[in-house]
Design a protein around this ligand. Structure first.
Ligand SMILES: Nc1nc2c(ncn2[C@@H]2O[C@H](COP(=O)(O)OP(=O)(O)OP(=O)(O)O)[C@@H](O)[C@H]2O)c(=O)[nH]1
Ligand SMILES: [Mg+2]
Length: 425
């Protein structure tokens, strides 16, 4: 059964509260809970002790009693003492926005790498929130995670200190393990780089349609045994980066990766933890920012995505902005705006082909047509050209096989000595 909760936020000056609370409700849903009531308080600044003003706290308590709800989700990151005070006075379990997102990530993480990253983020969040009294939600959870080494039963300050040390030690160990893993994935990345294939990363706000776009492209150009990635109408469906190889009819190939989605105010602990995974995106030759153009707030989402990319250090890669879900946005599609923007639907084949052409134009630069004469005893070169380049014509001459083909400048250099009428660079 999904747990019913109350969601609450402060309307501070200059805030689009409807949007913020809608998004919080979607996050709550992504954590298998349901927002039964929404409470908003207008204030100039948060109350230092309880975040909400005292009248509102009483109201929250009464509301909880009357609808029999025991959990309050707050649309901000609260200080440890604010959570403590608010819990005490509202008699509700309090989850702040950061804690909520961390819980979602913890439930979704599948790969060892994602699990490690989420656990480090969670421990970093919990550390200042450890306390000696009461058995609160977070203490219970952390006890489970770390093998029960630090439940708090009011044993006093020394126990608390010890718990902090245990957690710090665990964070260090996990970081170490993660670093080793990242090193090996960096090695893998290097291996892929050596294949010389360009890489393209799908990035963007959560639920924009990155995975659907990836699956559509893989269906068209992927290897036949390539698995589909998980796509679903919920926030943070994807936590692990997946990479797929695409091969186009002209034999050109590239590596496409699907990445974790972003959300406004993504907890800094998570950004830090996911930095290494997202570094994958930083290595890409091209970013495709997928945007849900059917969402009235798509402009804010683009802004958040750009800011988050900056935060994780992805600043230099060229980017295409791909306005997705045009089929439900009442706009014409597929259409191009210059060679930097496309309006499309990830569920429409014509759209995907247009997007592909756009991507290809950006990443396959330096390709040229050339004619080679390959001696008959160099059959392996003929095989290579047939498999990896866009062969336009083959003729059998007395001295060898003549091949007219379109190929990358690397391959061009490689087979330079077999060129017929070599062209000066
Ligand atoms: N109508 C319509 N729905 C789409 C389109 N593209 C994706 N969707 C739906 O949007 C929802 C989210 O799609 P995903 O591909 O999982 O989104 P994502 O960007 O990978 O999301 P995260 O992994 O959570 O970051 C799914 O229900 C998709 O079926 C589209 O072009 N049109
Ligand atoms: Mg996804």
């Amino acid at each position: 059964m999904t747990e019913k909760v109350i969601i609450a936020g402060l309307e501070l000056p200059n805030q689009d509260m409807d949007y913020a609370m809608q998004e919080l409700a979607a996050l709550v849903e992504a954590n298998n809970m349901e927002a039964a009531e929404t409470v908003i308080q207008k204030l100039d600044r948060p109350n230092a002790a309880t975040y909400f003003g005292s009248g509102k706290v009483v109201e929250l308590h009464e509301l909880g009693e009357s609808i029999n709800v025991h959990t309050l989700v707050v649309n901000a990151e609260l200080s440890p003492s604010q959570i403590r005070n608010l819990e005490k006075e509202s008699k509700l379990d309090v989850i702040d926005r950061t804690g909520l997102i961390l819980e979602i990530f913890a439930n979704r993480a599948k790969s060892r790498e994602a699990k490690l990253q989420v656990e480090i983020a969670k421990l970093n969040y919990q550390m200042p929130r450890l306390r000696t009294s009461s058995s609160q939600r977070l203490d219970q959870q952390s006890a489970g995670d770390a093998g029960g080494g630090y439940t708090n039963r009011g044993a006093g300050e020394t126990k608390l200190e010890m718990n902090r040390r245990t957690i710090q030690q665990r964070i260090n160990n996990l970081n170490h393990e993660l670093k080793e893993m990242t090193t090996s994935s960096a090695v893998q990345r290097q291996k892929r780089d050596q294949t010389g294939l360009p890489s393209v990363a799908l990035v963007g706000y959560t639920n924009a349609g990155k995975s659907t776009t990836m699956n559509g492209l893989v269906r068209l150009y992927g290897e036949s045994d390539e698995k589909q990635v998980f796509e679903k109408n919920m926030l943070f469906a994807t936590l692990d980066t997946s990479v797929r190889k695409l091969t186009f009819p002209d034999q050109k190939q590239l590596l496409l990766s699907d990445t974790v989605g972003f959300v406004s105010n993504l907890p800094h602990q998570l950004i830090k933890a996911f930095r290494s995974t997202l570094a994958e995106a930083a290595q890409a030759d091209l970013l495709v920012q997928v945007v849900d153009v059917s969402d009235p707030h798509f402009r804010e989402m683009i802004q958040t995505t750009n800011e988050t990319l900056q935060e994780v250090g992805v600043t230099k890669a060229p980017m295409i902005v791909a306005f997705n879900k045009a089929d439900v946005a009442d706009v014409e599609f597929p259409t191009l705006e210059g060679n930097e923007e496309i309006t499309y639907s990830a569920k429409d084949k014509k759209s995907l082909i247009l997007l592909t052409n756009m991507i290809k134009q950006k990443v396959f630069t330096g390709y040229r047509e050339a004619t080679f004469l390959i001696p008959f005893d160099q059959g392996q070169i003929v095989d290579y050209l047939n498999q990896h380049t866009n062969v336009l014509k083959t003729d059998y001459k007395e001295t060898g096989t003549e091949i007219v083909t379109e190929l990358s400048s690397d391959d061009y250099q490689r087979f330079h000595k077999y060129l017929v009428e070599p062209v000066e660079d």
